[in-house]
Design a protein around this ligand. Structure first.
Ligand code: UT7
Length: 316
């Protein structure tokens, strides 16, 4: 027993920031951003918090699945840009949607949504849950150094959620970690009069090119690995939903597999990189557009801080 996806949801803050908007206060251009990343615009919070977005995405997914909050046995939540270190952001969602079940955060950078699904599969396998809510919400604009054009142009805000029920849709998964701080958001170092060193500022720091190489290698390797765990071939897959970090990373994987043009889902042009929320947002877009049918096979694949990566195969 693993799980099946009963419903999906998302929340995207309404404020759109285009590349041209950024170039008004940063040494960058629409041409550079589109050519190097594929991003044309991103949505940015003006008053919404990470938990606010999570609550809206959660309600949306619950409605889509026809599940009442009182039926939930567990809520998991991923974020790199939460409102609190403690309490877990999941606890605040629990209260606001009127659920009574246990709730906790799972931290694992951009691939966290897939690490969370793997944790969820374990709860189903042990028979501990019948219905579960998994949310990824990111207010990346809060953790960006807006003076750093290397990172500020890449990320965006948003949230995605899924409601899971008992089933056998989660066919296989691979998780990978090679511990490193190549991408990091250090914590505030505190005010202890006894502590002798000072950490970097609590913003996103990323070595772009090293991350890029890691991303392409893991995307290709992880997709191959999960496919080889099943008896499926690439022709059997309806959609591959890759983490939306850079269109050039997705194109590199596309070329490596020589797949049809639209097999890899792309929405980075509209949202930028919403960290752990990219995959559930994309999943909800496809689901609500009626582009996933019962029995379809999907590959979800993500990479990022950790360094970590994860992939899985899901039968809809
Ligand atoms: O979700 C987590 C995982 N994250 C990723 O997978 C991100 C992986 N990395 C990337 O996507 C790319 O490395 C970036 C988009 C971050 C950067 O693209 P790049 O092609 O690797 O550029 P670069 O860092 O090599 O910089 C090339 C040039 C530099 O100028 P010089 O030194 O050649 O004169 C940069 O200063 O582009 C400059 N540059 C910019 N120019 C205009 C860097 N950022 C900008 C910018 N606008 N926003």
């Amino acid at each position: 027993m693993s799980f099946k996806i009963l419903g999906t949801g998302r929340f995207i803050p309404p404020k759109i920031v285009t590349n041209d908007d950024l170039s008004k206060f940063m040494d960058t251009s629409d041409e550079w951003i589109v050519e190097r990343t594929g991003i044309r615009e991103r949505h940015v919070c003006t008053e919404e918090t990470t938990v606010d977005m999570a609550v809206e995405a959660a309600k949306n997914a619950l409605e889509n699945s026809g599940v009442d909050p009182s039926e939930l046995d567990m809520i998991l939540f991923t974020t790199s840009s939460g409102d609190y270190t403690t309490p877990a952001n999941a606890c605040l969602v629990q209260a606001r949607i009127g659920a009574t079940c246990p709730a906790m955060d799972v931290v694992s950078g951009c691939p966290a949504f897939l690490f969370m699904l793997d944790c969820a599969a374990g709860y189903f396998a042990r028979g501990r849950v019948k219905k579960m809510l998994c949310i990824s919400a990111e207010r990346m604009s809060r953790v960006l150094d807006w003076d750093d054009r290397n990172t500020a142009v890449i990320f965006g805000d948003g949230a995605g959620a899924v409601v899971l029920g008992e089933g056998d849709s989660y066919l296989t998964s691979r998780l990978y970690v090679r511990g490193s701080t190549i991408i990091q958001i250090p914590n505030y170092d505190g005010k202890s009069p006894f502590y002798t060193s000072h950490a970097e500022t609590p913003w996103v720091h990323m070595k772009g090119q090293e991350t890029f190489k890691f991303a392409v290698t893991r995307l290709v390797t992880d997709i191959k690995d999960v496919l080889s765990d099943t008896s499926l071939s690439m022709d059997d897959i309806r959609h591959i939903i890759p983490h939306q970090a850079n269109l050039r990373i997705i194109d590199a994987a596309r070329k490596r597999f020589k797949t049809r043009e639209d097999l890899f889902y792309v929405n980075i042009d509209r949202y930028g990189n919403t960290s752990s929320a990219t995959i559930p947002i994309a999943l909800d877009e496809l689901n609500r557009a009626g582009k996933i049918e019962k029995g379809d096979y999907l590959i979800l694949s993500a990479f990022g801080a950790g360094l970590s990566s994860a992939s899985c195969v899901i039968r809809w």
